[in-house]
Design a protein around this ligand. Structure first.
Ligand code: G1P
Length: 319
């Protein structure tokens, strides 16, 4: 059996990871009627596996996935599959056998059920018994961060230096801020972080608004789905009434902490990120990652070039 070796920079004793995956995935219906949106493939690997791999790459190997009704396939994906393994072994298909074993051995994956979809804040609150009184990371499955631009590393480093909560921020066009949590910021001083190529610095967050109208947004810095949260967040969530969409918002609980003087900082990410929760961005992520794959890329790119040339001329494309 192949054992996946964790990053030398192993922090698994210090930080647990929480991945909310109880959402209904309505943007991808009908595909997500019976299949969890978190398992939609990016080339040949489920979106959620990329997220767990990102955690493991940052040295975090203890993961809690918050699931809901109809998400049992997620549990199967990160478990052993004796029948499939036996078939692949009998065929001598070592490559696929390794791929099948890999998802089961990648990390220690645990599950908890969120009984009713009452918002991201409520999902995170469900993790309290698992996380206890420790600082932990939250990773949202719709945001795929390119493995070449590590984001958790600088965030964990900032949390260790400054304490409190740290969120990932990214500049977005003004007409897109209404899709995100949005931050009011002030300078945090010169704080050196790991992987400076994919970040443009650290800021102190003074206020947060969940999905503001463009004209009400305090900046064009949007929260993207990576958080490092101190355990005070749980009490803040308890004190947070339902907000936008009548759901308990994680953004509102962090806003409360910032207002009460707790340190809340943002790491501004400038690296490659794909929003796999949006159909257009999902397609772009699949094409991009397929084009960059050494096994599939060269012939795929060749076909893509021909396809585009023909497509633009309105030709009938047959292969
Ligand atoms: C959630 C958060 C939002 C954040 C976004 C990032 O929204 O509530 O603050 O900006 O994730 O992807 P959702 O996309 O789940 O509606």
């Amino acid at each position: 059996m192949k054992t996946y070796r964790k990053n030398a920079n192993d922090r698994s004793n210090a930080y647990k990871v929480v991945i909310p995956a109880a959402g209904l995935g309505t943007r991808f219906l009908p595909a997500t009627k019976a299949i969890p949106k978190e398992l939609l493939p990016i080339v040949d690997t489920p979106a959620l596996q990329y997220i767990v791999e990102e955690a493991v790459d940052a040295g975090l190997g203890e993961v809690l996935v918050i699931v809901g009704r109809g998400k049992e396939a997620i549990i199967d994906h990160f478990d052993r599959s004796p029948e499939l393994e036996a078939v692949l072994e009998a065929k001598g298909d070592a490559g696929r056998l390794e791929a099948v074993l890999r998802s089961a051995e990648l990390a220690d994956v645990h599950y908890i059920r969120q009984g009713a979809p009452r918002g991201l804040g409520h999902a995170v609150a469900c993790a309290r018994p698992y996380v206890g009184g420790e600082t932990f990371a939250v990773m949202l499955g719709d945001d795929l961060i390119d493995a070449r631009d590590p984001l958790l590393d600088p965030m964990l480093e900032v949390q260790q230096k400054l304490g409190g909560c740290v969120v990932a921020l990214m500049e977005v066009p003004q007409d897109q801020v209404s899709m995100y949590g949005c931050a009011a910021i002030e300078p945090a001083g010169d704080i050196a972080v790991a992987n400076p190529e994919a970040t443009s610095g650290v800021v102190r967050i003074t206020d947060l608004v969940e999905k503001p109208a463009a004209q009400d947004a305090p900046s064009n810095l949007a929260i993207i789905g990576r958080y490092v949260l101190s355990p005070e967040i749980f009490d803040a969530l308890d004190r947070t009434p339902p907000g936008r969409g009548d759901e308990v918002q994680l953004t509102d609980a962090m806003k409360l902490l910032a207002a009460e003087g707790h340190p809340v900082h943002g790491v501004v990410f400038t690296g490659r990120r794909y929003d796999t929760g949006d159909r257009g961005d999902y397609l772009r992520a699949v094409v991009r990652l397929a084009a960059e794959r050494p096994d599939l890329g060269p012939s795929f790119v060749e076909w893509l070039e021909e396809f585009l040339a023909d497509f633009k001329q309105g030709a009938v494309i047959k292969s």
